[in-house]
Design a protein around this ligand. Structure first.
Ligand code: NAP
Length: 326
C-alpha cells in the first residue's frame, strides 16, 4: 500500500493505493516474512503530512507505508531465524516484507492467546501510566480518549497500579456502557454532551491526581482546571487535532494556576523510555495472563481494507486496537 498523495484534511479514497510487485528475496542477514496481521494507529495520519518533528520517518508520496505487523518467516538469508518463526516488525501495509533479522522481535506463539495481542498499545499505556503519570496507590486518574488503542488499556493499567478511581472520556455516547462495564472505568465524560469541566467536577468531586492525556484541546484544559495540588499530567497524544492531520495541538493554559498548585506537565514519548520497554512488556503480559487486563480490538480483513480501517479508527468507529488480517 503506497501513499499516492498527501491528504488534505481527513483521509479520502485515492490518497492510498495498492500496487502489485514481485515478492522480494532476502539477502544476507535478512528474512522474508509473510505478514499475517498489521495494525493501524492514529499517528499514521500524522505521518502522511510529511516531516512534522515526530521521532519516526514520515510517509512519502509514491512510497510504501510502514507500521507494526506480525508475520511468519518464510525464507531466510543466513540468520538464526528459521522458516515458521513468528516475528513482530515495522514493515506492515504489505503482504510480504523483507526485513533485517536484527530489526525483528521473535514472538512465542504461546505467549498470548491471540496473535493480535502482539500489536497492542500495551507498552505505551504501561509506560505512560508508570513513567508519564507516575500513578500511585489511591490516585484518581483521568484518561482522555479512553476507548482508543492506548486509552482502552491505560485505564486498566492505572487500576492495576493502585488507582482507586478511574475516569475516562469519549466522543461516542454508545461506548460509555462498554467503558464502564468491560474496561472498569468508574465514570465517563462525553465530548459534545455539555461542558467537559462540569462533567469532570461531578465525576471527580475531590479532584484528579493524574491525567493521562491522549487528546489535548478542551479536554486537557478541563483536566488542568480540576487537577489537585501536586497532580501529574502525562501528555501522550493529540487526538483533538490528529484526525485531520498533523500533531500540533495548541491550547491556552494559565501557568500561574499550575505553579500555585504544583502541577507537573510531562511531554511523554515512548522513544524516551526504551530502557523500560522489556519491563512494560512483561508486566502487560502478566496482566493479560492473570485476567487483570482485557485487550479490546477490532479486525478487518485484507490489505484493500486497511485504508478503511484507518479511516474508521480516526472516526471513532472502534474500541481499542484495530488490526487488519492480511
Ligand atoms: N507519546 C507516545 O509515545 C505515543 C505512542 C503511541 C500513541 N501516541 C498517541 O496517543 C494518542 C492515542 O493513540 P491511540 O492509538 O489510542 O489512538 P486511537 O486508537 O487512534 O484513538 C482513536 C479514538 O480517538 C477518539 N477520537 C477521534 N477523534 C477525536 C477527537 N477529535 N477528539 C478526541 N478524541 C477523538 C475516538 O474515540 P471516541 O469515539 O471515544 O471519541 C477514536 O476511537 C494518539 O494521539 C497517538 O498518536 C503517543
Amino acid at each position: 500500500m503506497r501513499l499516492v498523495r498527501r491528504p488534505s484534511g481527513p483521509l479520502r479514497d485515492g490518497d492510498l493505493g495498492v500496487v502489485e510487485v514481485p515478492v522480494p528475496r532476502p539477502g544476507t542477514g535478512e528474512v522474508l516474512v509473510r505478514n499475517r496481521m498489521m495494525s493501524v494507529t492514529a499517528v499514521m495520519r500524522s505521518l502522511m503530512d510529511g516531516e512534522i518533528g515526530l521521532p519516526m520517518p514520515s510517509y512519502e508520496p509514491g512510497q510504501v507505508l510502514w507500521g507494526p505487523a506480525v508475520g511468519e518467516v518464510v525464507e531466510v538469508g543466513d540468520t538464526d531465524l528459521a522458516p515458521g518463526d513468528l516475528v513482530v516488525h515495522q514493515q506492515g501495509w504489505r503482504e510480504y516484507a523483507v526485513v533485517e533479522a536484527a530489526a525483528v522481535r521473535p514472538v512465542d506463539p504461546r505467549a498470548l492467546p491471540d496473535l493480535a495481542g502482539h500489536l497492542s498499545q500495551g507498552v505505551t499505556a504501561w509506560l505512560g501510566v508508570v513513567r508519564g503519570g507516575e500513578v500511585r496507590q489511591c490516585d484518581t486518574v483521568f484518561v482522555t480518549g479512553a476507548s482508543g488503542g492506548v486509552g482502552s488499556l491505560a485505564g486498566q493499567i492505572a487500576r492495576m497500579r493502585g488507582a482507586t478511581r478511574v475516569i475516562g472520556s469519549t466522543g461516542s455516547p454508545a461506548k460509555v456502557d462498554y467503558l464502564i462495564g468491560e474496561l472498569g472505568y468508574d465514570a465517563v465524560v462525553v465530548r459534545g454532551e455539555g461542558g467537559i469541566e462540569e462533567q469532570l467536577r461531578s465525576a471527580a468531586p475531590d479532584g484528579i491526581d493524574v491525567v493521562f492525556d491522549n487528546v489535548g484541546g478542551e479536554q486537557l484544559v478541563a483536566a488542568l482546571a480540576v487537577a489537585r495540588h501536586g497532580a501529574r499530567v502525562a501528555l501522550v497524544g493529540t487526538m483533538s487535532s490528529q484526525a485531520s492531520g498533523g500533531f500540533s495541538a495548541p491550547v491556552e493554559i494559565d501557568t500561574g494556576a499550575l505553579i500555585m498548585r504544583g502541577i507537573k506537565l510531562h511531554g511523554f514519548a515512548v522513544a524516551d523510555h526504551l530502557d523500560a520497554v522489556a519491563e512494560a512488556t512483561r508486566e502487560f503480559g502478566r496482566g493479560l495472563a492473570e485476567g487483570a487486563i482485557v485487550f479490546p480490538h477490532s479486525r478487518l480483513s485484507g490489505i484493500d481494507e486497511a485504508p478503511r480501517a484507518l479511516r474508521e479508527l480516526l472516526g471513532g468507529r472502534h474500541i481499542g486496537t484495530v488490526v487488519v488480517e492480511l
